[in-house]
Every structure is written in structure tokens, then in C-alpha cells.
Design a protein around this ligand. Structure first.
Ligand code: SAM
Length: 583
């Protein structure tokens, strides 16, 4: 068993007194506090080395001489109340407790704060309280302090700490880059607004990490709260009809695809904002594709209308599937009328089209393929009737097909629908001569039937699998559209935030193994894909209480504490654009 008493005596003589620290109260404090109890057990025998030592959480207990130097510089009085920032093992706080009346010490690592607190109890040091937290903010509840000792190296001397000093109080802290030699500073508050600074020499400390010091990456931290940061970066949005609204989105005009999200399928403001941005992208930046989270055959009816193409015989009115208000609403109607007016009189290649990316209208797509073939290749149409006949009984209730395939254990209609698509694609050259728009429409419908057949089967295997199939289908449809329109084609996508945010960066991808169209676009086009989500704190939404129930207008519940929506709300800016791109 090493003789710790003797070791302490030697430490005081050789490391502290011999180096010019003559304050006897400090000597006595170093003699009475058992330094060995403040280092991990396996380092007990080194506790009195003339050096800092490693402690838990990758931190250090400071070299005894440096602690003594800082305390002497702080010119402590017996009646002082002292704040220590960076309690670490608690050793400095325990030494301070021998010299002054009250010690408040803050440590950012929970484990260290707990261990230090336990040591204070064991040593019965009742005039020390240890707190876990960011000490760069000081401790306003207990301020003012006669002295503040900062035991880690900051980027600067934080004003908040200076303001928590008594007039006449002293702050001692190292300042300088992490991993480099730093300067030990002493600041004395000589008046309400007056401070004097002295340099005490070169030191090396671990970094002070917090709101008023370094961040985890070694950069000077930004002390503003998240709502404050949002407030400072927010660009207020004018009214939707003000041309300045669209102009704010000109910065995305050179992208290949701009994806516009929404937090609900039933909030007018989201639709109007998307329409305003899209109008701008079409008018000023040459976008010619508006691809929306709607069924292809339904959107195709709208596309015929806006691009002045004739209706198909027997074409059904679009968007009859629940929830009908998602696309059958006055905001979409206003946009569609605008698109029609905008296209009128322009050459085909300059017209902007309206397309559906989704795969739910199986019956509509089957009919569209057959109608097309009836026109261009009646023989192929009768083959299509036979092949699609397999799915026809389920056209109104495709989930029934999935259930049947699961029960029987095999995908009865898979082969015919795959074959149908293959043949249609194989005859591209033959068919496309007639009318490329009509061919594109038929091919998209045939691909949709193939993917929908698979979608309804995998629905019973798991949510992630069917979600991924659906979003992959949407992405492929978007790619087909861009390809069909030629090299410079640009698209705007309208879909729910859950489709357009990059799933790889959220719980969707990281936990649930789901991908989405936003992620696939980012992977394909990188910077050329722009993802813009929309959100709100409160408002109203058109929605139903249950599937297939009638539409009601409901109040949106206020956003949850801690959510991005709440942070944005707390920023206090009515309506804004937040551009999160680096730089
Ligand atoms: N005085 C300590 C002792 O005697 O063990 C040595 C402290 S060590 C050199 C510096 C400590 O400051 C580390 O434990 C580190 O976790 C802590 N620290 C760094 N930034 C902090 C902050 N913003 N608030 C509180 N503690 C912090």
C-alpha cells in the first residue's frame, strides 16, 4: 500500500511550493484532499505524478501545479462563493472547498458529474454542489460569484461568465484552440462594465465544449438556440399570388427535378404554395413536367385537357378514388386552368404536362392499355383482354387479388402482365410512329399494371416492401417521363413529405428499411434534385375519420414540443422559406 500522505506532502513541496505558489491555505488544501480517490483505481499509484492523468469519459484530471496556479491567481478569500466550470473528477472543486465557503461546479459529462458528486458525499464536503450541464452558460441562479475557475480551454472568454462575476471578482480560464498550446487568462471585474486582463502563461487543457465555446467538431459554437437560428435564417414568404413568392424559388431553377412536399393531402395553403412555385418554375425556368402523387390514368385525363389533346372514348372522370378531395379541389382546378391557358398556342415541346406517378387505379390502367391497342393493333388488344382478364375480377378490389395469391401460394397474374408490358415495349418503334404521347401513356399504364400486380401481392408481406415497390414505381415513372421529354427536360414533383424527404436520413430508412422517391432522386441526380418539404404548426385539414368516410374539415393539432414544426413556430416568423443547403 503506497503511503499517500507522504506522497501528498512531497507533491506540495516539489510541485507546488517549489514552483512559487506560497499560499499556505492552498498547500493545506492539497495536503488534505486525497487525490488518489479522484482517479480511476488502476491509476492510484500515479495519482501524485507531476502531470494530468486520464479519467472517465476521455477527460483528464488537471496537473496539481496548474490547479494550484489557477487557485492562487483567483485570489480566494475564505468567505468566497466560487464557480468551477468543468468539474471533471471533482478534484479542483474539493480543493476549492477547503479554501472557500461555497463551491458550485458544473460538468457536461453525466458520468463524471455523478462520480464527482459521489466523491463529495464520501468525503463529506457539504459546501460543494456538482451539477451536470453546459457550464459556458454559467449558473445564473447562484450568481454572482467571487471567482470563476474554468478548467477547460475555451474559444474566448464568454460574456455570460463575466456578467456572473461580482464587481471585484476574478475569472481564471485557459483560452485557445483545442490540441494546441493555450494561454491562461485572468480577468478581474473592476467595475460594472470594466474588466482587466492578465496573461498567466502557456497551458494545455481539454476543450471547453458548449454554447459559448467550441462545438464537438472543434469549431467555435453558435450560442443561438435552434428557434433563434431559424429566425435568423428564415426568408419571409409573401402572399402566394405575389410574384415575389415564386421569385424566392428561382434559386432552384437550374435543378433537374424539384420535389415539393406537403404535410397533409388536405390543406389549401400547401396546394397554393406548390402551384405558385410550379408556375414560376414553368414560366421562368423551362420545367415541362408536373408529376404528382396521383394515379397515372386519372392524371392522363388532365394532361389531355391541359395540352389540348382529344379525350379518349369512354374515358372516366378522373380522381374518383378515395380521398377524392386530394386532387378534386378548387386549388388544383385553378392550377389546371392556368396550365391550359399557359400551353395554348405553344409548340408541343414547350407545353407543360400533368402526370400521375401512383399505381392505385389498376382498372383504369387496364382499360387504357386495351383502348390504346384497340386503336393501333386490334389483334394485340384481344390478347391484352385475355391477359388482363386474370386481374379483371379484382379491378375494383385489388387487395382481394393479393389475398388470393397469398392463399394459393402463387402469383397467377404475374406472368401475363409482365408479358403484356414486354410486348408493348417491344413494339415501341411500330407503335410510336402513330403518336408518341399516346404510346407513352399506354406503356406507362402497362408498367403500372405490372407493378400494381406485384404491389397488391407484397402488401401482405410487409409495409416496407409494398411502400418501397410503390415509391420505386413512382421514381421509375418520373425517369420515363424525363427520358421521353429529352435531355434537357425538368420536372416538378408534388407528393407528401414522406415521399419527398430523403428517407436515408430519417427513421424511415434508418430503422424501417423504407426508401422513397426523394432518396432515389438524390441518389440519381445529387445537387440537381431539390427536396422542399412543407410544414405547419396549426391550421385546418380536409380529412376523413375513417377510410371511405365523408370529408370533414378538421383542426390540425398544434405541433409537439421539440419537433421541427415547433422550433419553426417558436422562431416567431409568420411564414417563411428555410434554405438548408450548406453555404
Ligand atoms: N477540474 C477537473 C478535475 O479536477 O478533474 C479537470 C477538468 S478537465 C481538464 C475539464 C473538464 O471540463 C472535463 O471533464 C470536461 O468534460 C469538462 N467540460 C468541457 N466543456 C464543458 C462545459 N461546457 N461545461 C461543463 N464542463 C465542461
Amino acid at each position: 500500500m503506497p503511503d499517500f500522505m507522504a506522497a501528498r506532502e512531497k507533491m506540495v513541496e516539489r510541485q507546488i511550493a517549489a514552483r512559487g505558489i506560497h499560499d499556505r491555505r492552498i498547500h493545506d488544501a492539497f495536503r488534505s484532499v486525497p487525490r488518489e480517490e479522484f482517479v480511476p483505481e488502476h491509476l492510484h499509484e500515479f495519482a501524485f505524478e507531476d502531470a494530468p492523468l486520464p479519467i472517465e469519459a476521455d477527460q483528464t484530471i488537471s496537473q496539481p501545479y496548474i490547479v494550484a496556479l489557477m487557485l492562487e491567481a483567483a485570489e480566494l478569500e475564505g468567505s468566497d462563493k466560487v464557480l468551477e466550470v468543468g468539474a471533471g473528477s471533482g478534484y479542483t472543486a474539493a480543493i476549492l472547498a477547503q479554501v472557500v465557503d461555497e463551491v458550485v461546479a458544473i460538468e457536461r459529462h453525466q458520468e463524471l458529474a455523478r462520480l464527482a458528486g459521489e466523491r463529495m458525499e464520501r468525503l463529506e464536503l457539504e459546501n460543494v454542489s456538482i451539477y451536470e450541464g453546459d457550464g459556458t452558460r454559467g449558473f445564473p441562479e447562484k450568481a454572482p460569484f467571487d471567482a470563476i475557475i474554468v478548467s477547460a480551454s475555451g474559444s474566448h472568454v464568454p460574456d455570460v461568465l463575466l456578467q456572473q462575476l461580482e464587481v471585484g471578482g476574478r475569472l481564471v480560464m485557459p483560452v485557445g484552440e483545442p490540441q494546441e498550446v493555450q494561454q491562461l487568462l485572468k480577468i478581474t471585474r473592476t467595475g460594472e462594465d470594466d474588466y482587466e486582463q492578465e496573461e498567466l502563461g502557456a497551458v494545455r487543457f481539454v476543450p471547453l465544449i458548449g454554447a459559448h465555446a467550441w462545438d464537438e467538431r472543434g469549431k467555435r459554437a453558435d450560442p443561438r438556440s435552434l428557434p433563434e437560428l431559424i429566425r435568423d435564417a428564415a426568408e419571409p414568404l409573401p402572399d402566394f399570388d405575389d410574384p415575389a413568392f415564386g421569385a424566392l424559388f428561382d434559386r432552384f431553377g437550374d435543378a433537374r427535378v424539384v420535389l415539393l412536399g406537403e404535410a397533409s393531402h388536405g390543406t389549401s395553403e400547401f396546394y397554393r404554395a406548390r402551384a405558385a412555385i410550379t408556375r414560376r418554375l414553368i414560366e421562368e425556368h423551362g420545367f415541362t413536367i408536373v408529376a404528382v402523387e396521383a394515379d397515372w390514368p386519372d392524371a392522363a385525363g388532365i394532361d389531355r385537357y391541359v395540352r389540348g389533346r382529344p379525350r379518349r372514348d369512354g374515358e372516366e372522370a378522373p380522381f374518383q378514388r378515395f380521398p377524392t378531395w386530394m386532387w378534386r379541389n378548387t386549388d388544383v382546378d385553378a392550377f389546371v386552368q392556368w396550365l391550359k391557358r399557359r400551353n395554348e398556342g405553344r409548340p408541343q415541346e414547350e407545353m407543360a404536362g400533368f402526370y400521375g406517378l401512383d399505381l392505385y387505379n389498376l382498372g383504369g390502367s387496364i382499360r387504357a392499355v386495351i383502348d390504346y391497342l384497340d386503336d393501333v393493333d386490334p389483334e394485340a388488344a384481344s390478347v391484352a383482354r385475355e391477359r388482363y382478364g386474370c386481374l379483371q375480377p379484382y379491378a375494383k378490389n385489388p387487395q382481394g387479388y393479393g389475398r388470393m395469391a397469398l392463399t394459393r401460394g402463387y402469383a397467377q397474374c404475374e406472368q401475363p402482365v409482365v408479358q403484356m408490358l414486354r410486348e408493348l415495349l417491344g413494339k415501341r418503334v411500330e407503335y410510336v410512329g402513330e403518336n408518341s404521347d399516346e404510346y407513352l401513356d399506354a406503356a406507362a399504364n402497362a408498367r403500372l399494371v405490372k407493378n400494381a400486380e406485384a404491389y397488391y401481392r407484397v402488401m401482405y408481406h410487409g409495409a416496407a416492401e409494398s411502400w418501397n415497390l410503390r415509391d420505386t414505381h413512382m421514381f421509375e415513372t418520373l425517369c420515363q417521363l424525363l427520358d421521353a421529354k429529352g435531355a434537357g427536360a425538368k420536372a416538378v414533383v408534388w407528393a407528401h413529405n414522406s415521399h419527398i424527404g430523403n428517407a436515408a436520413h430519417t427513421e424511415m430508412g434508418q430503422v424501417r428499411e423504407e426508401l422513397n422517391i426523394g432518396q432515389l432522386c438524390k441518389e440519381r441526380w445529387g445537387e440537381q434534385a431539390r427536396l422542399i418539404g412543407f410544414g405547419t404548426h396549426t391550421g385546418t385539414v380536409a380529412a376523413a375519420t375513417d377510410w371511405d368516410d365523408p370529408m370533414e374539415v378538421k383542426e390540425v393539432r398544434p405541433s409537439l414540443a421539440g419537433s421541427y414544426e415547433r422550433m419553426s413556430h417558436d422562431a416567431g416568423v409568420e411564414r417563411f422559406l428555410l434554405d438548408l443547403r450548406e453555404g
